[in-house]
Ligand binder design. Structure first.
Ligand code: MN
Length: 448
């Protein structure tokens, strides 16, 4: 349904795609009449944009991606898509202000791909929504999941072990959030994101091109832009009046706040001033290796993005980002794999007809969907990847922290996480259930 399709943008497997649209983009010429055909004559596209109620999901990064194949003898063609999708929130007086889909264009160039709305036709609209789901599944696995959580954390794992002594307070704080990450990343590199691996079989593109998408997606966002509150601001989705229903944002901010306070209190035990940070040579060597070309190649890291940590405040934001990404952000994108993503008709990982054939009306919805054996392979793989829960956020091994001053702030952190569990349980009474950022469901590290 349109309602569930829209909810995928704010509570689905890839909940960080939506951006506020304030002016019409020439690539996506949705008309005022098309907008009103969905949102009603009392609303207008111009007014909705002025009020910040219009949002876009733009899969431009997939433009020109090479179409993959699956199977041998014969090989079956798969197709990649780079659609644009417009969504809007009803006016402030409306009784239900859930996000709604307004229009979809199945490729980036309007001369080749017409704007499709619910009024275009029931089956064409259904296929256009599925094209967006397919593009979103590809963006999700390559970029939101693998690049921006698994690969994002890896240089921090290596550099922390190389540059910090085991009794350094930062080593003690970070290392539990790295457990299992190198092992799962190596397994992914060896067998999953590999020739003849699951990514090659199931995603739309060739394995080489999926790897390119992973790198492009990784490089498109530096470290400082990955900080959760800044991400929300940069995408223009931090306004709770314009976009009232956004479970990923609202639950994520609670968890971010809890991690931020824990990290600030913990680091405050060891760093009393910015001068303490600047004069910690191990810490500065750690930061320098993270950004070095022959080191971690982390982009835009440090107060000024230059690999130097100058303030306690920045150190707290940076460490919060590492812990949040290794725990909450990964949970938000990893565990929906065994939910909605395991049901191929709702979120196929590849399409099987060219996007241009959809508006021509020469194909039907079943032609677009994966063959049964591919749907079963998708179920097998993503169910496994989304079903392994190992460790729980905030629960470190007994005796892990050797400094007795850590006990009180750690207990406060755990109590705060328990309170957030209760808040989210309550929220779920009044919205479609979103459980992925409940602290009880968030592991300490990326280990699957
Ligand atoms: Mn994962």
């Amino acid at each position: 349904s349109d309602r569930v399709f829209a909810s995928m943008r704010v509570a689905g497997p890839n909940p960080a795609m939506l951006e506020r649209l304030t002016t019409l983009d020439g690539r996506f010429p949705v008309t005022a009449a098309q907008y009103q055909s969905v949102m009603g004559a009392a609303d207008s596209l111009e007014q909705a944009m002025a009020e910040g109620r219009v949002y876009i999901a733009d899969y431009a990064v997939m433009t020109g991606a090479l179409n993959g194949t699956y199977g041998t003898n014969p090989e079956t063609q798969k197709y990649t898509y780079a659609p644009l999708a417009m969504f809007a929130v009803p006016q402030q007086a409306a009784p239900d202000r859930s996000l709604l889909p307004v229009a979809i264009q199945c490729g980036q160039f309007p001369a080749e791909y017409p704007v499709i709305t619910p009024a275009t036709g029931t089956e064409i609209w259904q296929m256009a929504k599925t094209v967006v789901q397919i593009a979103d599944a590809n963006f999700h696995e390559a970029i939101a999941h693998f690049a921006r959580t698994h690969l994002f954390i890896e240089p921090f794992v290596i550099t922390t072990h190389r540059q910090l002594a085991p009794n350094h307070p930062l080593f003690q704080l970070l290392v539990p959030h790295f457990q299992g990450t190198l092992a799962i990343n190596y397994a992914a590199h060896e067998s999953l994101v590999a020739p003849r691996g699951g990514v090659n079989d199931l995603l739309s593109s060739t394995i080489d091109n999926s790897r390119v998408a992973i790198v492009k997606g990784f490089q498109a966002q530096g470290f400082n832009a990955a900080m959760f509150p800044r991400q929300l601001r940069d995408r223009g989705v931090d306004d709770g009046v314009a976009l009232p229903i956004y479970p990923y944002r609202d639950d994520g901010l609670l968890v971010w706040g809890a991690i931020h306070d824990w990290v600030a209190t913990y680091l405050g035990l060891f760093y009393n001033s910015d001068a303490d940070v600047i004069s910690d040579r191990d810490l500065q060597n750690w930061a320098a290796e993270l950004v070095a070309f022959d080191g971690g190649r982390v982009q835009d890291f440090g107060d000024r993005g230059n690999g130097k940590i100058a303030t306690v405040a920045y150190l707290v934001d940076a460490i919060t980002t590492i812990v949040f990404t290794a725990s909450a952000q990964h949970a938000a994108v990893n565990f929906p794999q065994s939910g909605i993503m395991s049901f191929a008709p709702a979120m196929p990982t590849a399409g099987y007809v060219p996007a241009r054939s959809i508006a021509e009306g020469s194909v039907n919805w079943f032609d677009l969907l994966p063959p049964l054996d591919q749907a079963q392979s998708q179920l097998n793989l993503v169910y496994l990847l989304g079903a392994v829960y190992f460790t729980k956020l905030g629960y470190y091994d007994r005796g892990h922290f050797t400094d007795p001053r850590v006990a009180a702030p750690l207990q406060a952190f755990q109590q705060r996480l328990q309170a957030i569990n209760a808040i989210i349980d309550d929220r779920n009474q009044h919205r479609p259930v979103y459980d992925y950022l409940k602290p009880d469901n968030i592991p300490q590290s990326i280990n699957i």
